[in-house]
Design a protein around this ligand. Structure first.
Ligand code: 5AD
Ligand code: SF4
Length: 500
């Protein structure tokens, strides 16, 4: 094991969904426990870990491109190791070390806890280690975590997915759904809240089927209500629900639990009943719209967002028109839109009538334009309203140039706001008036109405001071370091972006 004297450094590059981001926090915790330290920006890490995603085809190309870029770096950095984990590793296994023989470790989605041991074994044996398991070794929540943010945290409630959506590769890579016990989850949430975390996001591929594994179909709504009793916890979110399993008890729990936020991200995938059937998504457009109606009557201020796939095999212009029609009726506050990507091994990959790429591209543009137009209209409705903002770190790329700060409203809308003087810290809570809107964000250019300093803001400031101290001592030794808030580790960017 690398001890304190050797202190090898690491960097984690994360792709894909929130579950991967959270797994990366576990990987960072494991590596720190094993004596590694996060790399300071501007210096070369001794270990680079890719936590990969396989949901769409371009992820493959990106991984091998990135590995190619790292080869000369590795050649000039003796002892450097490269590890590849996550969904693409689970899918490609030893192919990764065949295509990129300079990779030292390949590990899958079921054994992230093995990373430190595999790195060590690769070093001692001077040979690549490929270890992929077929089912979960240990629930990742038992592993140590090194959390990215002092104010907001992900909490896994289940892993895996028992659905069989015909386009989706996730079930074959993440395995069957396994649910964590509610007491376990609440203990983690209570610990986080006592450290000052204000916001949690409950994570599962299908949160609405949570509990089926231990015989309680109402477990998810009960879990939301229990979150309402956690002292200090201000914001509870979850992702992702499945319309098939979305029951009224969950809507009631959302509406009746003060700290569950009025926001719902519910994947639609298609607005055509024929395509939903071919996707093996066991709900229909009217059922989806009826859920939205019930959510809005219980929580009129709820912001609803979704995922939509364009160009699923067999999608006709009429099917696509049904999607556009549903999008108009649903009044989404935003949507992640995707071009269908053929995933070998999934049922849809072998379906006839694959839609030609130029047709998919053209439909995608029309959908993206409609989504942007409607989300702008929805956002404009908030101009003139007061909103409560949890100040974020790193959410506004242009903040330095615009002298704004960024954060999330209760309904999860992104907002760029004029800060007070002195400026609030990430983790603090600001109340301000919306003065403008764009398709993907709100603006608040007046002075805030109120600024509330929080324990999370104090934790953020303390972390920044520690990093500034570390940066100073490194600068004295001649290295270039830019401490950027609490983001010393490079956690990459999710590949999913809202449509522009
Ligand atoms: N092609 C395109 N998009 C996909 N998604 C999942 N599988 C595919 C695929 N093969 C999208 C779905 C899902 C989101 C996370 O990714 O919309 O909700
Ligand atoms: Fe994939 Fe469907 Fe499971 Fe989501 S619910 S992970 S789209 S199979």
């Amino acid at each position: 094991m690398p001890g304190a004297a050797t202190q090898r450094s690491f960097e984690i590059r994360t792709y894909g969904c929130q579950m991967n981001m959270h797994d990366s926090e576990r990987l960072a915790g494991l590596l720190e426990d094993a004596g590694y330290q996060r790399v300071a920006e501007g210096t070369n890490p001794d270990v680079v870990v890719f936590n990969t995603c396989a949901i769409r085809e371009n992820a493959d190309n990106r991984l091998y491109g990135n590995l190619g870029h790292l080869l000369p770096v590795k050649n000039s950095h003796p002892g450097m190791q490269i590890a590849v984990g996550g969904c693409l590793a689970q899918k490609d296994r030893a192919t990764i070390t065949q295509r990129a023989p300079w990779v030292d470790v390949v590990f899958g989605t079921h054994n992230i806890g093995s990373l430190p041991a595999l790195l060590e074994r690769a070093r001692v044996q001077q040979q690549a280690q490929v270890e992929i398991l077929e089912s979960l070794e240990r629930f990742p929540s038992v592993l140590p975590a090194s959390r990215e943010s002092p104010y907001s945290a992900w909490v896994a409630i289940s892993v895996g997915c028992n659905n069989t959506c015909t386009f989706c590769i996730v079930p074959s890579l993440r395995g069957r759904e396994e649910d964590r016990r509610p007491g376990d989850i609440l203990a983690e949430i209570e610990a986080l809240a006592s450290e000052g975390v204000l916001e949690i996001t409950l994570l599962g591929q299908n949160v609405n089927s949570y509990g089926v594994g231990f015989g309680d179909r109402l477990a998810f709504g009960k879990l939301l209500r229990s979150c309402g009793n956690v002292a200090g916890l201000e914001r509870v979110r979850f992702t992702s629900p499945h319309p098939r399993d979305f029951t009224d008890d969950v809507i009631d729990a959302m509406a009746e639990t003060a700290n569950v936020m009025p926001a719902l991200h519910m994947p639609l995938q298609s607005g055509s009943d024929a395509i939903l059937r071919a996707m093996r998504r066991a709900y229909r457009r009217e059922k989806y719209l009826a859920i939205l109606d019930r959510v809005r009557s219980a929580m009129p201020e709820a912001a609803i967002t979704t995922d939509i796939i364009v160009g699923f095999p067999g999608e006709t212009e009429k099917d696509f028109a049904d999607t556009l029609d549903l999008v108009r009726r649903a009044r989404f506050a935003g949507a992640f839109t995707f071009q269908y990507s053929l995933r070998p091994g999934t049922p849809a990959a072998d379906m006839p009538d694959q839609v030609p790429p130029e047709v998919v591209g053209e439909r995608y543009e029309r959908l993206a334009a409609l989504v942007a137009e409607l989300s702008l209209q929805e956002n404009q409705k908030l101009v003139g309203r007061e909103v409560e903002v949890l100040v974020a770190d790193g959410e506004g790329r242009k903040d330095n140039a615009t002298h704004r700060m960024s954060g999330r409203c209760r309904d999860n809308r992104l907002i760029h706001f004029a800060p007070a003087d002195p400026a609030p810290r990430p983790g603090d809570v600001v109340t301000t008036m919306v003065t403008g809107a764009a398709p993907h964000y709100l603006l608040a250019d007046g002075a805030p109405v109120a600024v509330r300093h929080t324990q999370a803001g104090d934790a953020w400031a303390a972390q920044r001071n520690r990093l500034a101290g570390a940066a100073e001592s490194l600068t004295e030794t001649g290295s270039v370091v830019t401490a950027r808030g609490n983001n010393l580790v490079l956690l990459g960017m999710p590949s999913r972006r809202p449509t522009a």
